[in-house]
Design a protein around this ligand. Sequence first.
Ligand code: MD3
Ligand code: FE
Length: 204
Amino acid sequence: SITLAPGLVYYPDYLDRTAQENLLQAVRDITLAAPLYTPRMPRTGKPFSVRMTNCGPLGWVSDVSGYRYQPTHPETGESWPAMPRLALDAWETLSGYPAPPDACLINFYESAARMGLHQDKDEEEFDAPVVSLSLGDTALFRYGGLDRKDPTRSIRLRSGDAIVFGGPARLIYHGIDRLMTGGSDLLPQGGRLNLTLRRVKKPL
Ligand code: MD3
Ligand code: FE
């Protein structure tokens, strides 16, 4: 692994090809029960270019009312599907946190999708890290510091990579500038999936 900053640890090729194929199939199964939907910005209702779904007890959603975690899909009203075992295993191995994740956001990027610089602060538990797993096309990932104006660095996140943001890196600004094609043939139609494993509620 490579420590990029205090609390920010990068694991290139964490998932081998077989694990990536297994996780991709698990995500396909999840999207049958909990379809990808287009989130909207609070207040303005402007659509995200990234489509999303979730698995696990809680899911992150965004609509004109705001950002929040909730136990049901915003369009079907159904509970989120269970987390794949592979994702739970990654959390156990990488997080160093003494309880399982209670939310897993799944982001799907088509070629023109991006995610602006933001902080993840809708969780109640900031002592838990966020663990990210990437599948499919390479993404140009940008991260900075705790202040939006802090200088930023960029790295490429490739299919099978894991990256963990904990401790002093948990609240840093980060985003996806763009996809880069030709890095992986995992997704036959191209695009990128990112799973972020999270602990939203403090353990009892
Ligand atoms: C740093 N996702 O879902 S993954 C997100 O690739 C998100 O889809 C991006 O930002 C994606 O919120 C980036 C890397 C990542 C995920 C969560 C973080 C970096 C993070 C939480 C805190 C700090
Ligand atoms: Fe984020």
